[in-house]
Design a protein around this ligand. Structure first.
Ligand code: S3P
Length: 178
């Protein structure tokens, strides 16, 4: 395998679970931009965003993306990575980009659980409502995920095993050098 495998998609789509498992199956290193950011800021993303705001978060995220390995690894990206053309140009270099998609109502469900209660809302005009925030940002970002990905995988109502199998099959039967 000679290319990087980059996972993009909205929050709660399952990128982390999938990325970790894919990396292990493919015998590759797993990188999470969110984990690298948290390492750099020394606190949680939620706390950082509450204190410094999204613009500052995006600046740090860009720095992390600039320094990602160029060797074949699995890269699990934060859902907002597509907000920056510069980020995506960097990520598109020597990579296959896979859009991990999920029905938006499933995303709302997952983000409603206690585990996810800490996630800061993405927009200030959502009236503090997670569902409104999610629906609006999902629709806005959809064309961005579409534009940059070479492959789209829907994880709604699929087992992890099935999703991994689907991605692996598609990689084998595509021109991607992976
Ligand atoms: C974000 C998604 C998060 C994290 C940050 C911003 C977004 O990552 O990078 O809270 O803009 O959608 P996950 O997609 O891994 O939750």
């Amino acid at each position: 395998m000679t290319q990087r495998l980059v996972l993009i998609g909205f929050r709660g789509a399952g990128k982390t679970t999938l990325g970790t498992e894919l990396a292990s199956r493919l015998g590759l290193e797993y990188c999470s931009t969110d984990k690298l950011i948290e390492h750099r800021i020394g606190t949680s993303i939620a706390e950082f965003v509450t204190e410094h705001g999204w613009t500052e978060f995006r600046r740090i995220e860009h720095g992390v993306i600039q320094n990602l390995p160029q060797t074949p690894v699995v890269i699990d990206c934060g859902g907002g990575v597509v907000e920056s053309e510069a980020n995506m140009q960097l990520l598109a270099n020597n990579s296959v980009i896979v859009w991990i998609d999920t029905d938006v109502e499933d995303i709302v469900q997952r983000l409603s659980t206690a585990d996810n209660a800490h996630r800061p809302l993405l927009s200030t005009n959502s009236g503090g409502d997670m569902r409104t925030d999610t629906l609006a940002n999902y629709e806005r970002r959809k064309p961005m995920y579409e534009r940059w990905s070479q492959m789209r995988v829907n994880t709604s109502q699929q087992t992890l095993e099935h999703i991994i199998h689907t991605i692996a099959e598609r990689l084998i039967h595509s021109d991607h050098n992976i």
